[in-house]
Write a protein that binds this ligand. Structure first.
Ligand code: SF4
Length: 353
């Protein structure tokens, strides 16, 4: 077994992992954890990064029907932030040394490209910050509302000052599962098409997976391999972020009776490191989803980044995420040092600051 293990490790180290290797490792978590930690060490040493950013959920009005979304449960309290409110949040963020403003929202029926560009332009005309905004689902929605193609929308947003897009709305890239958990959302091929278009236009993105609901182990593995294939082609992903499904205040949560245990969280993060090696070097754990204690432990399972300070994250909070709304740079530094690693602040594109 020892020789087999060395052989498998060599194969993975050279970037040759195959689907059956990942399935084998999922059944042999000690091997998996060992390899994930070693690859993380080789690629990143002891450095763990974080970014000072702020989330702005500019509207919770949404024509979508995702079964895991707590925004739907808040329908009677629909809001659309005015530009003054958005700008006051940016001022607060910049005063806290934020280098990134992350903007996402519901699929508002009345907003078109000019409105989305207006948000970006108003911020960029006053502040030198990176705008990380609008998921592939939002891009699709804006295109429909504006009578344009997704490519035209991306070109318009980039011209307005968009720096990168969040790779959310990926959930699980398997249409049979999407049909159940988010029937109104874009299908897998459309998500991939919009992401590849963004990358081709010079707009990088993150990539995500939402795990811990009705998906199988194989669906998780296939999803991560799909991300790997895109990355091999475009090199446009800055990071991969496993996002644990949050059960509170949503329809899917009433169907899924179990909480994801620690070992399973560790396994998803470790599989991400191992499958994406060497194409995507940054695997992030979300303190919003996992809580501060558990996110620190993920540093031993292939994770090299802890995301951002955020300052507000309404979607996860409404769904019962354990952590608060803000984690200060000092909190990040302490947490990383306590894990025996070296904290480094970065920007959205992973340049160390
Ligand atoms: S996840 Fe996004 S698209 Fe789906 S219902 Fe919630 S806000 Fe709308």
């Amino acid at each position: 077994m020892r020789d087999d293990f060395d052989e498998l490790y060599e194969k993975i180290r050279k970037g040759g992992i195959e689907r059956e290797d990942a399935i084998f490792l999922a059944g042999n978590p000690l091997y998996l954890f060992c390899i994930a930690d070693e690859l993380r060490r080789q690629e990143k040493g002891g450095v763990v990064t974080y970014v000072v950013n702020r989330n702005i959920n500019f509207t919770n009005v949404c024509v979508g029907n995702c079964k895991f979304c707590a925004f739907g449960e808040e329908k009677e309290k629909g809001y659309l932030l005015s530009m003054d409110v958005v700008l006051s949040k940016v001022v607060e963020a910049v005063n806290n040394e934020a280098t990134e403003i992350c903007i996402q929202g519901g699929l508002h029926p009345d907003l078109a490209l000019a409105d989305y560009c207006g948000i970006i332009e108003s911020i960029k005309s006053e502040f030198d910050v990176h705008i990380h905004a609008f998921s592939p689902m939002e891009i699709y929605h804006v295109a429909r509302n504006s009578g344009m193609s997704e490519e035209e929308v991306l070109i318009g947003l980039k011209r307005a000052g968009l720096g990168s897009i969040p790779g959310t709305a990926a959930e699980i890239l398997d249409d049979s599962i999407r049909e159940i958990i988010c029937p109104g959302k874009i299908k897998t091929d459309k998500w991939v098409e919009i992401i590849k278009t963004a990358h081709r236009l010079g707009v990088p993105s993150t990539a995500t997976i939402m795990y811990g609901h009705i998906e199988s182990l194989e669906a998780r593995i296939d999803h991560i391999f799909r991300i790997r294939e895109i990355q091999k082609e475009t090199c446009g992903f800055t990071e991969f972020v496993p996002l644990k499904f949050m059960r509170r205040n949503n329809e899917l949560g009433r169907m899924v009776k179990r909480e994801v245990p620690f070992l399973e969280n560790a396994m998803v993060h470790a599989l991400s490191r191992v499958i994406l090696h060497p194409y995507c070097e940054n695997v992030q754990a979300s303190w919003v989803k996992l809580g501060v204690g558990e996110v620190q432990k993920m540093l031993y399972f292939g994770v090299n980044d802890l995301g951002g300070t955020l300052m507000e994250e309404n979607i996860s909070r409404l769904s019962g995420a354990p952590a608060g709304e803000y984690m200060s740079p000092e909190d990040f530094e302490r947490l990383i040092k306590d894990a025996g690693r070296t904290p480094k602040r970065r920007n959205t594109l992973y340049e160390l600051l």
